[in-house]
Write a protein that binds this ligand. Structure first.
Ligand code: FES
Ligand code: FE
Length: 469
């Protein structure tokens, strides 16, 4: 029997009144309702309308190097399996058995020839095909067409420089169109420090922890909330940066000093904070008491300048690809996904990146730095999450929810930049979240892809108009 014979697969909740979500975001005034960070029905609408459509980061190909390797990930609040099949093809499957829905994979990662459901033992190949059905000949043969009951697979998948992205929406634009000019900033994290395209890999495992805050709070922070620097004063003062053994203060090595900082947003809702050196500068000594590490970073820096020329003046900081994938571009260099668990609970997953060719001394130094900086025990991370947790608690009460948040910082100050694409501010700005939440509302209102890609967004149309002159 064909699965299409059941006419009702899902009973949708009644559609919200038009404008319900758009009315939560006033981009022109720079005001956003607190409701969107705590309301359960809005959270449910996000799962339905954002996480079933947008491109989501699932994992890194260096986690599934061999045939049969798998990594269990998430898309929205649903478990998925990222896997390399026996013929080297990469797949992302929903982790649910087609019989009664049991998870067919119980492990975080591993290697297998097939996924066998623990409930009644249906088994699936690494290409997702239903292969084994106990007592098939006696119980099912005339009725069950195995070809109809494969694991559910994403509609589109893209491997970008080793990062694997997927969407459930067959009508979503191709991934490269979806990220648009944010690619320039994403590349800064995914290319080797020497500028070699995509020469990074994941190392030291994936950290996972749950925080009591809405997923958008973290995603927004990574759009470039430089304004929150005072909350990291203690880690700056004690100097937890990678060159800390040289007695340097700060959370990172100060390679961006003298650079022009830029806050850039893109029509599809992505946003980055990067920096541009005023000219091609010589390598700044940082690791004098660790000659091997010093030599490595110097060589990478100089090779990147040779490879990219003037383009190497652009240095990364942070970036969020809409909706929930964020990057630290350099120090540290990592990918963070804010998985939605509930209106006020988020599971943070962090992958750490390192150059594929980095020697053991560099890997070790970075491993220690990452532990000091990020993750549930990282000192910088704890500053952030204390803020996010307490802001969530104190925003959710019936009185607090009547008063919106203020997003008026540098209102009307972004525009065209001489070298960078996108809507650019050269001063600390909340323009990135203003665009992010405008797209957020478009998704929740159920808009088409033209609108979700910001093709009609007047701010970006005006930028294009400047180009034409
Ligand atoms: Fe998987 Fe029954 S739920 S075999
Ligand atoms: Fe922070």
């Amino acid at each position: 029997m064909k699965c299409e014979s059941v006419k009702i697969h899902r009973v949708e909740a009644a559609p919200a009144e038009p404008g319900r979500y758009r009315n939560c975001v006033d981009r022109d005034a720079g005001v956003i309702s607190r409701e969107i960070f705590s309301d359960a029905s809005i959270f449910q609408a996000e799962l339905e309308r954002i996480y079933t459509r947008a491109w989501l980061f699932v994992g890194h190909e260096s986690q599934i190097k061999n045939p049969g390797d798998f990594f269990t990930s998430r898309m929205g609040n649903e478990s998925v399996i990222l896997c390399r099949d026996q013929k080297e093809g990469i797949h992302v499957f929903l982790n649910t058995c087609r019989h009664r829905g049991m998870k067919v994979c119980q492990y975080d990662e591993g290697n297998t020839r097939q996924f066998t459901c623990p409930y009644h033992a249906w088994s699936y190949t690494t290409e997702g095909k239903l292969h084994g059905v106990p007592m098939y000949g006696t119980l099912y043969e005339e009725h069950l067409d195995k070809d109809q009951w494969s694991l559910i697979e994403v509609a589109q998948l893209h491997n970008y420089k080793g990062t694997i992205w997927a969407t459930w929406d067959k009508d979503a634009p191709p991934f490269l169109e979806y990220i648009g000019d944010a690619k320039e900033h994403l590349d800064l994290a995914l290319d080797g420090l020497d500028g070699a395209p995509g020469e990074t890999e994941v190392f030291v495992g994936v950290q996972k922890w749950i925080i009591p805050a809405n997923w958008k709070v973290g995603a927004e922070n990574f759009l470039g909330d430089t304004y929150h620097n005072p909350s990291h004063r203690s880690v700056d003062d004690i100097g937890i940066g990678p060159s800390a053994q040289a007695g340097r203060k700060g959370r990172r090595d100060d390679e961006l000093s003298g650079a022009q900082h830029v806050w850039v947003n893109f029509p599809a809702g992505h946003g980055a904070h990067s920096a541009i050196q005023p000219k091609m500068l010589p390598y700044a000594e940082a690791y004098q008491d660790n000659p091997q590490v010093e030599q490595y970073f110097r060589r990478c820096y100089e090779q990147r300048q040779e490879r990219q020329g003037e383009k190497s003046r652009l240095l990364p900081f942070v970036c969020t690809i809409f909706p929930n994938t964020s990057f630290n571009g350099r120090q540290p260099r990592s990918i963070t996904v804010f998985h939605p668990h509930g209106a006020m609970h988020t599971e943070m997953w962090r992958w750490y990146l390192i150059d594929k060719g980095a020697p053991p001394e560099v890997r070790d130094l970075m491993r220690h730095f990452y532990m000091r900086y990020q993750g549930p025990a990282g000192m910088t991370e704890q500053d952030d999450i204390e803020n996010w947790q307490m802001a969530t608690e104190s925003s959710a009460g019936p009185i607090a929810r009547r008063y919106p948040y203020n997003y008026q910082q540098s209102l009307g100050r972004a525009g065209k930049h001489e070298t960078l694409a996108g809507n650019v501010s050269t001063q600390i700005s909340e323009e990135n979240p203003r665009t992010f939440y405008t797209r957020w509302a478009d998704y929740l209102e159920g808009d088409d892809w033209d609108r979700l890609m910001g093709r009609d967004d007047p701010i970006f149309k005006n930028l294009a108009g400047v180009d034409d002159e």
